[in-house]
Ligand binder design. Sequence first.
Ligand code: GLU
Length: 476
Amino acid sequence: MNPANEPSFRDSVDLMFNRAVALMDLPPGLEEKIRVCNATYTVRFGVRLRGRIHTFTGYRSVHSEHMEPVKGGIRYAMAVNQNEVEALAALMTYKCALVEAPFGGSKGGLCIDPREYDEHELELITRRFAYELIKRDMINPAQNVPAPDMGTGEREMAWIADQYKRMNTTDINGVACVTGKPINAGGIQGRTEATGRGVQYGLRAFFRDPEGMKKAGLSGSLEGKRVIVQGLGNVGYHAAKFLSEQDGCKITAIIERDGALHDEDGLNVEAVHQWITKHGTITGYPDTHCEADGAKLLEAECDILIPAALEGVINLSNASEIKAPLIIEAANGPVTAGADEVLRKKGTVIVPDMYANAGGVTVSYFEWVKNLSHIRFGRMQRRAEEARHQLVVDELERLSSDKGLGWTLSPNFKEQYLRGAGELELVRSGLDDTMSTAYEAMAQVWHGREDVDDLRTAAYLVSIEKVAASYRAKGL
Ligand code: GLU
């Protein structure tokens, strides 16, 4: 989406970048080198389907190669264009730097409505697009590693990995050419939920920051907070599910492209998700008010607003009407630069996209490391850890009976303590640590510098500083 009379998404990202670099003291010219997109490749290819040749247009943009491989998803949507892909690639650079995933930024897209094709057709199209990128090293475990984004998922990633292996039969690290694969094709536990899980961990980190909470005018814990989610795709669904089931949030509205459900007592996210999967629409969901003009609900009263779909949904046309004191950008670029300014002036706190949705690429990083090490996380340590914990439990129980102390360990404690960490627990722990550390780095700048009054600028400062440091280290 490109709201009328507003800068394009690409320009919006640059404007936000410029606001931040104005506060930095970078060597002359380095700021421009970091801001520009290094290269964007456009490919048009044909696939024979339904008796005729269909021509598709795809892109892979590399924003910054200060670290390689470069990383970023591949999006399937009709709105994909060069401008959008470049904006998203730039955000990947800043996102990876902020959460210390050792990658440059990239993004790809295919101009296609995936709902118009059946599975076999999508496989032919995906393999052909992958072929075009692989033969130019734009998919390669050492140079450029795609992942899922809007309109793609683990199925497409498995096709891409397989295509790469067919074309590079002796590359022992071939499976690391793409992340977000299914478990049985070299994926990692917890990747599908990762971006939504990261939103949950990011919000928890925010709620542990008393100064940030004060700036948003919020108090207490996540329990009972009213949350509006826009977009119940992979990211919105997991974020809403975890926040409602584990943190006690009330999901008071779910906005989808064909309407919105509203219930101040809180919606059952799992039930709504199942309804959408079954019926392909939110309308008709039983016993709940359905608002045909869904976007209106972005403006409803709530504590936390989570835009988790397209870019530009909060723009100059609705920014002044937004009531949420806290917005967490689960999508990339949901708030335009113009709206960002309006909201900042109103005192709305925005947890920026490059932080809020970094859970996906963080777990992609773990998957890539797993692929390169050719072993599942936890495989070597788990039993050894369990055996050592068993020793402690046995010793405690022996002491208790020898000394007649009558202690009994609660079964819950025993069960939890004795279980060594498997891959999913390690992934969640690594993600939690990443989100907490990155939040602290941002918050330190946000609260510590008088010339910084928002988290987005703080996030840019932290990440640009890291990108600049790696350019300096290279002697550029
Ligand atoms: N497409 C996701 C993003 O925008 C994930 C990228 C990745 O895992 O490389 O962050």
